[in-house]
Structure formats: structure tokens, C-alpha cells
Design a protein around this ligand. Structure first.
Ligand SMILES: Cc1cc2nc3c(=O)[nH]c(=O)nc-3n(C[C@H](O)[C@H](O)[C@H](O)COP(=O)(O)O)c2cc1C
Length: 337
């Protein structure tokens, strides 16, 4: 029997994804330390950067350089650009290609005001012709796979996702990702699978479905009900770099052993040390306090751990707290052994 669709490779232009579960771009999270953890412990079909400002990338700001820096060990990475100027996007795509991008994605879904105020992110869906010109500019600039990540529509009403998807396809994109919410919706609203299906139906390029996927049941339901060619996981990776490994095992019908608390603590510390190397101790400590909350989901004593994070001002204090809460929790039964 054929393996489940999600376990089959997907070819997008010159790029072959080993399987069809992708890591989503997560601004403020999907830095290279985060991606490396996802890769080491889950090997998703494709990784994604944080969103990179096309204009700032062209100007060569230090922050965008950081976003574009790859780790030699990580798997294929999609670089996500945001912006509204076709020329800047094209130039930024060439820079991304230079930095080792495996694919280029255009952000057409970000609802944050700082981004939409300039007409970018999900605001691009209000100007489909411009969105199409942006994709076409990326297409002309690079031979790498080009994609767009859209929502159902920019506003509460009058969703134009299917029309935008057709424009994206006509502009020469190789892949489309659809996040099944509109631009005004927050994550508490369940993803609208039928609306994703209508968009997938409207185009013939491969479509990746996104929203609320956390395990094999939710992934397969999205594939079956929306008719998409793969899935992308966002929040499910936060604090859980094993999510892809678990998904692969579930899809293959294999048993899967969850990491012990001690292992989770160890990986959190591994992630933290990479962050220190990339951003220095002060920024790393501030950042890891957010990240550690996700790693502590389901941890006995999670509350006490989260409270302790407020008092962690140094790398040493943070590491000590992780050792106490994660390793201590793993100890019962082994005490004295
Ligand atoms: C903290 C955070 C940051 C995000 N940043 C981006 C981003 O930079 N670009 C983007 O296209 N989507 C971004 N998203 C949206 C996710 O990529 C994804 O579409 C969304 O979380 C739904 O998938 P999920 O239900 O698996 O989390 C972000 C989401 C979160 C929670």
C-alpha cells in the first residue's frame, strides 16, 4: 500500500521535500537556534526563517543579516520576505539566494499593524494586482522555488483567497500556503477548513494547508477535508521540536516514545546555548524566558518554573532553574540509584 500522502516527497521546482510537513515562519521565534532544534529532533520537510524585511535586507541591516544566517547543520530553509516593492523584493530574493535559501516565500498574511500600515503582510491581499506583481518580481529574480503564504482574505468579509491564489499561480509561483483564517481573526477561532478547500480547488499548483495542526489526526483531517498537498505547523513547534518526529511516527503507525522531562530540559539548554552564541547573553536570556514557557507545557511544577523565570537575569540563573525543574522532576524513582 502507498504511504500516507504526507509521508510522500514533494517536488517544488528544483527542490525535493522528503515529506510534506513544514515548519511555519514564526516572527520572534523561528531563529536559527529554533530551526536547528526542529531539524535535529524532527526533520520537517522544510524549515522557515522569521519574516525578513525586503527593504531592510537590501539596506543590509544587522538584524536582517541575522535572520538570513543559516547553521551549517540545518536542513532546507525557506526564507520569508515581507514588503510591497517589487524591485526591493527581487533584490532581497537574490540576497537570500546568496545566503543559501532553499526557497523564497512572500508574506501575505501578517496582521501586525507595523507591517500592514505599509500595505504589506495581509494588507497585500487588499491589492491583488500589486501582490501579483510582487510574486512576478520574485519569479524573475530567482530560479529557487517561489511561494506566497496567504490567509482566506484580508477582512472579515468578501474573502478573495481563491482569486489571489490564481494570481499567485499566474505570476509563476511554485507553491501556495493557505492559513485558514482571515486577516482580522485571532488564533482562538478554529481554522476554516472548507474555505481552505475552496482555495486549493481554484489552483493547480501544490497547496500547503496551515492552521491548528498538531498531530496526525489534525494533519490528516486537513489533507482530507481541504484537499491540500501538505501541512505547515506553527505554534505546534514552539517548545516542541519533537512534533515532526511524533507526526511522522504516528503516520507510519510506529510507536513513539515522548522525550523525558530531563531530555526536554537538556534540549531547552541546548537551544539556549545556541541563542547565546547568536545574540549574546542579555538578549538570549530575555528571549529564552518566553521560549521556556512553551517548553514547560505539561511540566509538573510549570507554574513554579514560569515564576522562577521572572527572576532569571543571567544565563547561570536560567540554567540552574531548568536543572531544578526539569531534571528534578525526572528524578522520582531514580533517587539514590
Ligand atoms: C508568534 C507567531 C509569529 C508568527 N510569525 C509569522 C511570520 O513571520 N510570517 C508568517 O507568515 N506567519 C507568521 N505566523 C503565523 C504562522 O506561520 C501560522 O500561519 C499560524 O500560527 C497558524 O498555524 P498554527 O495553527 O500551526 O500555529 C506567526 C504566528 C505566531 C503564533
Amino acid at each position: 500500500v502507498a504511504p500516507p500522502l504526507l509521508l510522500q516527497p514533494l517536488r517544488i521546482r528544483g527542490l525535493r521535500l522528503a515529506w510534506r510537513a513544514l515548519q511555519a515562519p514564526l516572527a520572534g521565534y523561528s531563529d536559527r537556534a529554533f530551526r536547528l532544534m526542529c531539524w535535529r529532533y524532527g526533520r520537517p520537510g522544510l524549515l522557515a526563517t522569521e519574516m525578513i524585511s525586503a527593504r531592510a535586507a537590501v539596506e543590509g541591516t544587522r538584524r536582517q543579516e541575522e535572520y538570513m544566517a543559516l547553521h551549517p547543520e540545518e536542513g532546507p530553509v525557506q526564507f520569508q520576505l515581507w514588503g510591497t516593492e517589487p524591485d526591493a523584493l527581487a533584490e532581497a530574493a537574490r540576497i537570500c539566494a546568496d545566503r543559501g535559501a532553499a526557497a523564497i516565500d512572500l508574506n501575505c498574511g501578517c496582521p501586525v499593524r507595523k507591517v500592514t500600515a505599509s500595505g504589506a503582510g495581509v494588507a497585500l491581499m487588499r491589492d491583488p494586482p500589486l501582490l501579483g506583481r510582487c510574486v512576478a518580481a520574485l519569479r524573475r529574480a530567482t530560479d529557487l522555488p517561489v511561494s506566497a503564504k496567504i490567509r482566506l482574505g484580508p477582512e472579515r468579509e468578501g474573502w478573495n483567497g481563491a482569486a489571489v491564489a490564481r494570481l499567485v499561480e499566474d505570476a509563476g509561483a511554485d507553491l501556495l500556503t493557505v492559513h485558514g483564517r482571515h486577516g482580522r481573526e485571532r488564533y482562538a477561532t478554529p481554522v476554516r477548513v472548507e474555505a481552505v478547500a475552496a482555495i486549493a480547488e481554484a489552483v493547480s499548483l501544490p497547496v500547503i494547508g496551515n492552521g491548528d495542526v498538531r498531530d496526525a489526526a489534525s494533519a490528516q483531517a486537513l489533507v482530507r477535508r481541504a484537499g491540500v498537498d501538505g501541512v505547515m505547523i506553527g505554534r505546534g513547534c514552539m517548545g516542541d521540536p519533537w512534533v515532526f518526529d511524533r507526526l511522522r511516527a504516528e503516520l507510519s503507525g510506529e510507536a513513539w516514545e515522548p522525550p523525558s522531562l530531563a531530555e526536554r530540559g537538556r534540549v531547552l539548554l541546548e537551544n539556549f546555548r545556541l541563542l547565546i552564541m547568536d545574540m549574546g547573553e542579555d538578549r538570549a536570556v530575555r528571549h529564552v524566558r518566553k521560549l521556556a514557557c512553551y517548553y514547560s507545557r505539561g511540566l509538573p511544577g510549570a507554574r513554579s518554573f514560569r515564576l522562577s523565570l521572572n527572576r532569571c537575569g543571567t544565563a547561570e540563573a536560567f540554567e540552574e532553574s531548568v536543572r531544578t525543574h526539569f531534571h528534578g522532576a525526572a528524578a522520582p524513582g531514580s533517587a539514590g540509584a
